[in-house]
Design a protein around this ligand. Sequence first.
Ligand SMILES: [Fe+2]
Length: 236
Amino acid sequence: MKTMKMFLSLLMLAFAMPSLLAQPFTLPTLPYAYDALEPYIDARTMEIHHSKHHRAYVNNLNSAIKGTPMEQLDLNELMLGVSHFGDAVRNNGGGHYNHNLFWEILSPKPSEPSETMLRIISVNFGGMEELKKELRQAGMTQFGSGWAWLIVTPERRLAVTSTANQDNPLMDVVEERGVPILGIDVWEHAYYLHYQNRRGDYLDAIWNLIDWSVVEKKYGEALVSQTLMRIPRESE
Ligand SMILES: [Fe+2]
């Protein structure tokens, strides 16, 4: 009930200041070429993934919200309250949010975690190898299409989770919630041309592309974010 009231208030607020927030969502330009992530992710996969799949999520999201109060909400707001906004926003808003994050954390010039980040990973998982194992397991056991995540929980711990389809841990329809700081796309469209059914090989190879400086920046931002404060703790 409290949540419903909050979203009604948000929608009323959105009506009150349409010109401030109105925006169509746009496909981000990749900060690297389609062939820059080879040999780990091939150019054709990158091109189709970004220019076809991601573009479709953006276009479908814009169609779903056009002419509605949802048009006035930013992507985080749409994700946090997605249970109120329908399947088209859940699938396509999720698709847009998830791929934005995915392109950001990949790089042809990957970087290693800092000493501080390694210590935090060690406290939460026992070490970097254990974190990699957990993420691999999350990706391998996600039946069908979905995502494996490293998230900051509302208790400010790090955790590994997975979600189906284009759901993500911000969504109020997902059981294990938090702010994602690293996401691995395990839809077949992310790897099938090069790896076919070998999802495990793709999950092993992707560590060659992770830019930990970006993940770490996202970790710092998540800890102090309004978004994290909006996600209820487990005990609440
Ligand atoms: Fe994808």
